[in-house]
Write a protein that binds this ligand. Structure first.
Ligand code: SF4
Length: 346
């Protein structure tokens, strides 16, 4: 374990963690909501530093990032725990199970940042994705890896991505911005309803919306994903609110509607009907969004990118495979048909 960053000392050996929007006030001897950050004698410790799980090399399209460095390969991993408690979690073995016995973390092997950088170098990946569980809660570890990679001649050009629930604090985002730690963030906008957010995730809607706006305004590449759950967030009104919100920031932000499958504690709901996902995409397009996708299905044409200006097919995708049809000119992705510049970081 290592001492955490971003916390304040309070009276009676209590602390307040400022890493995510829960801002947990933690008494001596207790842990925060994520159950991986503990107060020992007035010092806050991260128990998940280096406790990685689920290591893989993935195509970037799998994260999903469709508009950032298409066709590249990323080293991907997470650590146990999460600051949310979603009853539909797809990685509950990683995110939730440790909450029952957090002391087990101290017994598992620690992988130092040097080793992650070495693996990235050996496997010649293009970047590192901090994913599978919520990277905010292992921010110290991610930050050390990124800073180390940037000092190494062979890994200094790796890009670094967070796949996040968007519940990080403004203090964490400030560090990300000041140190230019991340090139891209995918934020999961789960519901457009605060009550639902609270009931299913334990968090609130507004901080996630604020973070989507802030990340965009900082110039960090952002994509947004919405998992469509039957009976929870599959109404036209929900799709309209999400689409309207994204369009109010930028119509070029890629929006992914993803198909739900019964998981974890949410086994009573069916997979999302294709017709619902197609309707979601139509609604998002009616709000002027230029890049709307449907994920986790085999719906034809659901993952392709078209030029917003002339409708030319600029990227063909099938699951995690991509075929690029755009032109590269002076570091920019250009439609070969009409010459429009696309919102694709190449
Ligand atoms: S990361 Fe969030 S949930 Fe965990 S202790 Fe800090 S404020 Fe609480």
């Amino acid at each position: 374990m290592v001492e955490a960053i971003l916390y304040d000392k309070l009276p009676d050996l209590a602390v307040r963690c400022n890493l995510c929007n829960h801002y947990c006030e933690i008494k001596n001897g207790y842990g925060g909501i994520c159950r991986v950050r503990f107060n020992k004698g007035g010092t806050l410790y991260s128990y998940t530093y280096g406790k990685i799980d689920g290591v893989a090399i993935d195509p970037i399209e799998k994260k999903p990032f469709y508009h950032f460095k298409p066709k590249t390969r990323v080293l991907s991993f997470g650590t146990p725990g999460c600051n949310f408690k979603c009853s539909n979690c797809q990685n509950s073995y990683l995110s939730q199970s440790i909450k029952l016995k957090p002391e087990n973390l101290l017994m598992s092997t620690t992988v130092p940042p040097e080793q992650i950088v070495k693996i990235a170098e050996e496997y010649n990946v293009d970047g590192i994705a901090y994913t599978y569980s919520e990277p905010t809660i292992f921010f110290e570890y991610a930050r050390d890896i990124i800073n180390l990679a940037r000092k190494n001649e062979k890994t200094k050009n790796l890009f670094h991505l967070f796949v996040s629930n968007g519940y990080f604090s403004k203090e964490m985002l400030e560090i990300v911005d000041n140190e230019k730690l991340l090139e891209a963030i995918n934020i999961d906008l789960k519901f457009f309803d605060d009550q639902k957010y609270l009931k299913i995730t334990g968090g609130h809607l507004k901080p996630v919306l604020d973070n989507i706006e802030k990340v965009y305004s900082l110039g960090i590449h952002i994509e947004v994903i919405n998992l469509v759950i039957p009976g929870e967030n599959d109404t036209d009104s929900s799709f309209e609110k999400i689409s309207n919100f994204i369009a109010s920031i930028s119509k070029d932000i890629p929006l992914h509607f993803s198909r739900f499958y019964p998981q974890y504690k949410m086994l009573d709901k069916p997979p999302t009907p294709y017709s619902t996902l197609i309707r979601a995409r139509e609604i998002a397009k009616s709000f002027g969004l230029n890049y709307v996708y449907i994920g986790n299905t085999d719906i034809p044409d659901a993952e392709n990118t078209y030029c917003p200006q002339c409708n030319f097919l600029v990227i063909e995708r099938q699951r995690y495979f991509a075929k690029i049809n755009y032109k590269k000119e002076q570091g920019k992705a250009i439609c070969p048909n009409c010459g429009a510049q696309l919102n694709v970081i190449i």
